[in-house]
Design a protein around this ligand. Structure first.
Ligand code: NDP
Length: 297
């Protein structure tokens, strides 16, 4: 079997189109321009690339992008004061603090200072609790993107066995909650899981979010299963230079799976698209307007 390739790049483009159409409607019918504030502390090169990309795509869909760059030596009090200011700013509908923060800043404290209604990353403890109890929340962008692609591919996910490999707060745990919300039977695997290959072989849906290049191999995959590869790992090429690979070994998994997301071009592009989707959702909720369909759970 050769797996169907789930094209996250194309899917992300359709999400951005929906967002852009809704932004136009908000501007024309209500005079509202959704605004996304991104806070970047320090000089981490990967974070700078992400923030630039987020800002560019925010503007492309017609929203206002506000960037707040601060030096590495900002104090926690100064950063919290900035978050307060953004919480109070009616032009700001979404706030994202780019992680990781420098070690002297308490990420949990900073994230939990964001108004939960503006927490477009879905990391605030209130949103985590709301998602866990099946209530309306802001949903973390990467797992939201994975869920959208899975729903699009499968239609109903009800009754499917899903194995999420990885239990981080930003990917694994919220992914498991979302799949449970769609009535999958969910297993969360991690570094202490016994006989991981046997666990993964039970899965109709495998979500690989481990941060280990090409760890999940085709021999672990049930024939016809769907593999969603969240991993982004840069590895050395034998001939020199580097390339991006996922947490699943694409070549061997694609021979057994029914469908698979590639790296690059799978989950990655969906993450920023879902950030934009969350911003419009937050903006509609703040203004008591109907939310666009299909852009959140
Ligand atoms: P974390 O490092 O926070 O979590 C990794 C998880 O994998 C942990 O729960 C860990 O288990 C588990 N794990 C590690 N080694 C093994 C192993 N040998 N067997 C089984 N489980 C293992 O990573 P993130 O969740 O933040 O990210 C996961 C991947 O997703 C990374 O490749 C990251 O780059 C990528 N990513 C991609 C995004 C995108 O936009 N596409 C966004 C965010 C992340 P334990 O808890 O026991 O240590």
């Amino acid at each position: 079997m050769t797996a169907k390739v789930i094209d996250g790049k194309a899917f992300a483009a359709t999400v951005r189109e929906k967002v852009a159409a809704h932004v136009t409607r908000l501007k024309e019918e209500h005079g509202i321009t959704p605004g996304l504030a991104v806070v970047l502390v320090g000089e981490d090169p990967a974070s700078q690339v992400y923030v630039r990309s987020k800002g560019k795509q925010t503007v492309e869909v017609g929203m206002e992008s506000l960037e707040f760059k601060r030096d590495t030596d900002i104090t926690e009090a100064e950063l919290l004061a900035l978050i307060d200011q953004l919480n109070d700013d009616p032009k700001v509908h979404g706030i994202l603090v780019q992680l990781p923060l420098p070690a002297h800043l308490d990420s949990d404290l900073v994230i939990n200072a964001i108004d939960p209604a503006k927490d477009v990353d879905g990391f605030h403890i209130s949103n985590v609790g709301l998602l866990g109890t099946g209530q309306k929340s802001m949903v973390p962008c990467t797992p939201l993107g994975c869920l959208m692609m899975l729903r699009d591919h499968h239609g109903s996910l009800s009754g499917l066995n899903a194995v999420v490999v990885g239990r981080s707060n930003i990917v694994g745990k919220p992914m498991a909650q979302l799949l449970l919300g769609d009535s999958c039977t969910v297993t969360i695997a991690h570094s202490r899981t016994k006989d991981l290959p046997a666990v993964v072989r039970q899965a109709d849906i495998v979500v690989a979010a481990v941060g280990r290049p090409e760890m999940v191999i085709g021999d672990w995959i049930k024939p016809g299963a769907t593999v969603v590869d969240v991993g982004i790992n840069r590895i050395e090429k034998p001939e020199g230079g580097t390339r991006l690979v996922g947490d699943a070994d694409y070549a061997s998994c694609a021979q057994v799976a029914g469908a698979i997301t590639p790296v690059p071009g799978g989950v990655g592009p969906m993450t920023i698209a879902c950030l934009l989707a969350n911003t419009i959702t937050a903006c509609c909720r703040a203004n008591n307007l109907p939310e666009p369909e299909g852009l959140t759970v």
